[in-house]
Design a protein around this ligand. Structure first.
Ligand code: FES
Ligand code: FES
Length: 159
């Protein structure tokens, strides 16, 4: 067991756990942040994507010791039901989810894209979501939702 400190959704936390514990387990089981999902557990599906120092990474295979001192953002850090992030609102507006299981990972990947590029082409959006699988096949609505969010964020930036 080891004491490891990190920052989760802007708040410093200290965890006592085995250094090899996957970050996903820490988020869900130690911190109660259930928005990040367990899908394959083999770094293949993207359900467990979080931002680590603003970079999208799969948390199911990320040992706790490798994120010591880093800033982690989960879906809970994006927005709230009362104040959704523009991406979350756009996904609602486009009805982009079906079962919704993949969406927290997809929203995290999309946020990383829009943080660096507010005017991505459809091909750039598809490439940014390449590590996320949606088993329901709502890909076209997901692409439209990211485009809608980007347009909304551009409008906000222009004001
Ligand atoms: S659960 Fe991590 S990539 Fe599938
Ligand atoms: S909406 Fe069901 S897996 Fe994507």
């Amino acid at each position: 067991m080891q004491l490891i400190s990190l920052i989760v959704n802007g708040r410093p936390v200290t965890i006592t756990a085995d250094r090899d514990t996957p970050l996903l387990d820490i988020l869900r089981n130690h911190l109660g942040l259930l928005g990040t999902k367990f899908g394959c557990g083999q770094e293949q599906c993207g359900c467990c994507m979080v931002l680590i120092d603003d970079h999208p990474e799969k948390s199911c295979g990320k040992p706790l010791s490798t994120v010591a001192g880093k800033a982690i953002t989960t879906i809970e850090g994006l927005g709230t039901p009362d104040r959704p992030h523009p991406l979350q609102q756009a996904f609602l507006d486009e009805q982009a989810g079906q079962c919704g299981y993949c969406l927290s990972g997809i929203l995290i990947s999309a946020k990383a894209l829009l943080d660096r590029n507010l005017a991505p082409s459809r091909a750039e959006i598809a490439a940014a979501l390449d590590n996320n699988i949606c088993r329901c096949g709502t890909h076209v609505r997901i692409l439209r939702a990211v485009e809608r969010a980007a347009a909304r964020l551009r409008e906000g930036a222009a004001r």
